[in-house]
Design a protein around this ligand. Structure first.
Ligand SMILES: NC(=O)c1ccc[n+]([C@@H]2O[C@H](COP(=O)([O-])OP(=O)(O)OC[C@H]3O[C@@H](n4cnc5c(N)ncnc54)[C@H](OP(=O)(O)O)[C@@H]3O)[C@@H](O)[C@H]2O)c1
Length: 345
């Protein structure tokens, strides 16, 4: 007998990808329940190649008997419903920003800090990091072990799917309007996202950075190493799926580009595609539907002692969200940190 899994936010970008990945990886689930807002209750959402699930209203759902909740309904909704699910006995793996910095909630990327998962019992909640953080720390972990990272400077190029399904529609509709000489006013973004880039994701902080940039700083410290100094500029670009990052890294100890390439080639979750020729690198277009974090353009940075720079790309809906959450659930099972309730009975 397998697990009973509830997917909260099942009609959204991340939730739909979660259902797809559960089916793809033959997750040991006896039962999968799709939950969303009252607006979607009664509709159907697809599960795997041919399956369909009826969507239920989260507000009316009783989590009793559910083993694992994969949650992505937005921060406010998670703040209300994740503790309710945990109280009913489920382990909640949450994709929203709400729980990430709670000291009693582990923040996990399985390739980086899988051991932290064991700390979930305090609240019954495990947090999935921000999409930009996940792919970056997956790339940084092996080279941090090799030469100890001191400081990181990162610029992100984040796709519209990172802001939800309505944001993707805004890019599509603004692009179509442009070709018929019409202007579609921005709603999800502050300025036109079609044929533009916007250096602003999430709200502004007092120091002039944005909350998305702050998340990359504090989440990297929590997951990888509190001693790492990091500064980020997060930018939204007119891409549907796939986040890219230009990363400059300063190390305590010397490490050449060739050494780093070798270390990264044998690291979990990472694929190095780095030919120094036209097209010998990965762009977001090629990473859609893939599980890996791709590293390209790896080279030494001659402007600092022990410096490297690289280009890193990943599917933000998969490794940046849904896949990472499912991998956490798999770790819980493989490490015997959770038992199916039906089995235990
Ligand atoms: N997209 C990414 O790359 C990414 C990465 C990491 C984390 N996240 C986080 O994951 C969350 C969801 O992102 P998304 O891109 O999937 O957004 P989305 O496409 O806008 O989907 C939002 C989902 O939440 C549901 N929802 C909204 N209000 C609800 C309510 N009151 N009760 C129950 N369900 C409700 C929606 O249901 P309806 O369809 O019924 O409205 C929908 O299923 C956000 O917190 C986001 O920050 C996203």
């Amino acid at each position: 007998m397998g697990y009973r899994v509830a997917v909260v936010g099942a009609t959204g970008n991340v939730g739909r990808e979660m259902l797809q990945i559960l089916a793809e990886r033959s997750f040991p689930a006896d039962d999968v329940v799709a939950l969303a807002s009252a607006r979607s209750a009664g509709k159907q959402t697809s599960f795997g190649e041919n399956g369909l699930l009826k969507v239920h209203d989260l507000a009316k759902f009783d989590f009793k008997g559910i083993d694992i909740v994969l949650s992505s309904p937005g921060a406010k909704v998670s703040a209300e419903h994740s503790p309710r699910a945990a109280k009913a006995g489920a382990v909640v793996i949450d994709n929203t920003s709400y729980w990430r910095m709670d000291p009693d909630v582990p923040l996990v990327v399985p390739e980086v800090n899988a051991k932290a998962i064991a700390g979930y019992k305090a609240r019954g909640i495990i947090a999935n990091p921000n999409c930009s953080t996940i792919q970056m720390v997956t790339a940084l972990k092996p080279i941090h072990e090799a030469a100890t990272i001191k400081r990181v400077v990162v610029a992100t190029y984040q796709s519209t799917s990172g802001a939800g399904k309505d944001a993707m529609d805004e890019l599509l509709n603004q692009t179509k309007s442009f070709f018929v000489n019409q202007t579609l006013e921005p709603k999800k973004f502050t300025k036109s996202i079609a044929f533009n880039v916007i250096p602003h994701i999430d709200v502004f902080m007092d120091d002039g950075s944005t909350k998305e940039e702050w998340k990359m700083v504090v989440e990297t410290k929590k997951i990888l190493d509190p001693k790492i100094k990091l500064t980020a500029t997060c930018v939204r670009v007119p891409v549907f799926i796939g986040h890219s990052e230009a990363v400059n890294i300063e190390f305590e100890n010397p490490i050449s580009a060739d050494e780093a390439r070798e270390v990264l080639r044998s690291a979990p979750g990472v694929i190095v595609i780095d030919k120094r020729e036209p097209g010998g690198y990965v762009t977001p277009h090629e990473c859609v539907g893939e599980d890996a974090t791709y590293i390209s353009r790896l080279r030494e940075d001659p402007t600092v002692e022990n410096g490297l720079q690289l280009w890193c790309v990943s599917d933000n809906l998969r490794k940046g969200a849904a896949l990472n959450a499912v991998q956490i659930a798999e770790c819980l099972i493989n490490r015997k940190l959770i038992q199916a309730k039906k089995k235990a009975a």
